[in-house]
Design a protein around this ligand. Structure first.
Ligand code: HPA
Ligand code: ZN
Length: 335
């Protein structure tokens, strides 16, 4: 089996995916028309031309603007359904999806419009596409703690639909410790926790996410390599990193894929997973991320299978379910 085919075929989980970041330019234009939202680009091509980023913030500015076309529950449903079809094509069997309620509530869209649209599509995906799921609600870290606390209160009415809380948006100047009290409350309420840390921000932010937010996973975490004691801790604890290779190149965390530190982290024995982050903006879904790494580092099938195994080990699913998926990965290996 050719490597490309193997990557597509091996069962995978995706654990770092912002649903708002799956809004493809064509869908963005369609929704803008449907909802009569003016956009400042004349064509899909002109919009695509604008997808050239210098750093995280330059991406976020465009990403939040794009999300403005999402107005009604059906828009959130359609967005999520389109992602699930893509996931199905690439044999993604389990997804843990981030959504950013504040991106929408800030512009007057109700929390329930957002979550119900996304959740209904995920339920249909589970029934009709066989893709299991968890929802992770992220707080926007550039906004004040008080607004995150308010968002957490709103989420309590939907506790049965949300498995974990996370932290995203502009990292510099917004350390995890800013949200310690919010995460304390979230854990008391029974939510699991994750946080973006060490994407652009320093290793200290990863330590804070671990010690103060008590996270089960670190999203990105690539700057951990700068701190040997942190690497030792991540290796010991096997706290997973959800790495997003194409995102890191597009946002210039690394200049080229060859210069990405993925292989170094992998060789140190950390639990790494491969994910797409915001595939509509970064040029690829999860299979393209595996393939980009494979090309840059000549990963073997065994490496790819290990990364797929890690994706299930790191997922918020029970041991039985992990073992079932892992057995299927081994069967694909043997084909
Ligand atoms: N980092 C931080 N916030 C985000 C990202 C990211 O990669 N994608 C969407 N929101
Ligand atoms: Zn992200």
């Amino acid at each position: 089996m050719d490597m490309n085919v193997f990557i597509g075929k091996v069962p995978k989980a995706e654990l770092h995916l912002h649903i708002e970041g799956t809004l493809e330019p064509e869908a963005l234009f369609r929704l803008a028309e449907r909802n009569k939202i003016p956009i400042k680009f004349d064509s899909v091509d002109a919009l695509k031309q604008a997808y050239q980023f210098n750093n995280l913030q330059s991406f976020l500015d465009i990403y939040y603007e794009g999300a403005g076309v999402l107005q009604k529950q059906i828009d959130f449903y359609d967005l999520t359904w389109a992602y699930l079809l893509k996931a199905k094509e690439q044999n993604v069997r389990h997804v843990e999806i981030f959504f950013d309620p504040q991106t929408h509530t800030e512009r007057g869209i109700d929390f329930e419009t957002v979550i119900n649209g996304i959740y209904d599509a995920l339920s249909d995906g589970s029934r009709n596409l066989g893709i299991s799921f968890c929802l992770i609600m992220c707080f926007l870290r550039h906004l004040p703690e008080s607004q995150a606390m308010e968002t957490l209160s709103q989420a309590l009415d939907f506790k049965d639909k949300i498995v974990a809380v996370g932290l995203d948006s502009s990292e510099f100047g917004h350390p995890p410790s800013k949200f310690k009290r919010v995460f304390d409350k979230a854990r008391q309420e029974g939510f699991l926790t994750v946080a973006h840390a060490g994407e652009e921000g320093p290793p200290e932010y990863i330590w804070e996410a671990l010690r103060e937010l008590k996270v089960q996973r670190i999203d990105h975490g690539v700057r951990s390599l700068e701190d040997p004691s942190l690497i030792a801790e991540l290796k010991r604890s096997q706290i997973p990193l959800t790495v997003c290779p194409l995102s890191n190149i597009k946002l210039r965390v690394f200049k080229t894929m060859q210069e990405h530190n993925f292989k170094k982290l992998f060789d140190r024995g950390l639990c790494l997973t491969v994910n797409s982050d915001d595939p509509a903006y970064f040029g690829g879904y999860v299979a393209e991320n595996y393939l980009a790494l494979q090309n840059a580092f000549q990963l073997t099938r065994k490496d790819i299978a290990q990364l797929a195994i890690n994706s299930f080990e790191a997922a918020f699913i029970n041991r039985d379910k992990k073992d079932t998926f892992i057995a299927q990965i081994k069967e694909t290996m043997a084909e």
